[in-house]
Design a protein around this ligand. Structure first.
Ligand code: EAX
Length: 330
């Protein structure tokens, strides 16, 4: 009897364990998150870290499927997917964001940020929180800011030492109206194009050049198809974790907090990778034969955009722009 009781107890325990397992398998939600950059880079590490942290924090109740290198589409298509709910999450540069949340173009203003500390500080301050909240009116939840990086110009025609050298260059740009207006002011012929098409466009000479942060230029081997790189640092390019708002609203408050924490961990890994790339990319691309112009007179480039920058201040509010410019670390 005793034995029977024990066996029966064990059988019941294993039935309970099976039920628990079945329960947890049922409760597991799989979501997709993608990037348009290669896995081995500052975007890949952001979503890989996010995925790991989500699984850890939710004890496997949420699992991320990760997609790289534009395999689910470019950045605009991905944001569209997140808005429509055909894709749960994306990690993207803010390049195409003005098509969805026009006010966010304020961040695209050239020479707005002094350095990484300034850009990251503003994005992580109430100014950044407020901008992040603007996505909700458009069916999207912004989870956390991260970095794409300061953008620099590459081309295959001539070294760019001064703004005049940009005159007449046909350059691929992101789909950002502020960037396009500013580059026109430099005399550039802007050609907006989705990122996955850029390498081929450079290789085939459809455009003469493009502009992107060092992390992007190096991880996409643009030095193979571009001779010159000029360290113009003309705009800071943020990245962002975005989630479909209905999916977000389905989460209970504790899981919502986990998603934000995981996105912040992804952002920290992304920024560490950007710092690493900033420290090594120039030497490594120079060793590969790229001609890199570091000592530019940046003030000349700033001055060349004075008119268009005044227009941007009017458009976005001089006070708002000044609040960003004036931000100082505590
Ligand atoms: O997100 O489109 C761009 O130039 C972006 O900087 C790139 O896709 C990284």
């Amino acid at each position: 009897m005793k034995h029977f009781g024990l066996i029966r107890g064990a059988a019941l325990a294993s039935v309970a364990a099976m039920a628990l397992m079945a329960g947890s398998a049922q409760a597991q939600t799989v979501m997709r998150i993608n990037v348009s950059m290669p896995q081995n880079g500052h975007h890949g590490i952001a979503i890989d870290t996010f995925a790991e942290e989500i699984e850890r924090l939710t004890e496997g109740r949420y699992v991320m499927e990760t997609f790289y290198a534009g395999s689910l589409g470019g950045e605009r298509e991905s944001i569209e997917g997140v808005q429509l709910g055909t894709l749960e999450l994306t990690f993207t540069s803010t390049g195409p964001v003005p098509n969805f949340v026009p006010e966010l173009s304020i961040l695209d203003i050239p020479f707005l940020f002094r350095d990484y500390e300034h850009a990251r500080g503003v994005l992580d301050s109430e100014i950044g929180d407020e901008l992040l909240s603007r996505f909700e009116a458009h069916g999207i939840k912004g989870l956390a800011w991260a970095d794409n990086g300061f953008r620099h110009m590459t081309n295959d025609i001539r070294p760019i030492n001064a703004p005049e050298d940009l005159n007449g260059l046909k350059m691929r740009t992101m789909e950002s109206p502020v960037h396009i207006a500013a580059y026109r002011e430099f005399g550039i012929l802007p050609t907006p194009m989705a990122f996955p098409e850029v390498f081929a466009a450079l290789q085939q000479g459809v455009v003469d050049g493009q502009e992107n942060p060092l992390s992007v230029i190096e991880s996409n081997n643009f030095d193979e198809v571009q001779k010159y790189l000029s360290m113009t640092g003309h705009v800071f390019s943020p990245c962002i974790f975005l989630m479909n708002l209905d999916e977000w609203n389905k989460l209970d408050p504790e899981d919502q907090a986990h998603f934000v924490t995981a996105a912040q961990a992804g952002a920290a890994a992304n920024r560490a990778r950007v710092d690493e790339d900033e420290a090594t990319a120039i030497a490594s691309m120079r060793a590969d034969g790229m001609e890199i112009i570091e000592d530019l007179d940046r003030d000349l480039f700033v001055a060349a955009l004075a008119n268009v920058n005044a227009q941007f201040e009017q458009q976005f509010g001089a006070d708002e722009v000044q609040a960003i410019r004036d931000w100082q670390p505590n």
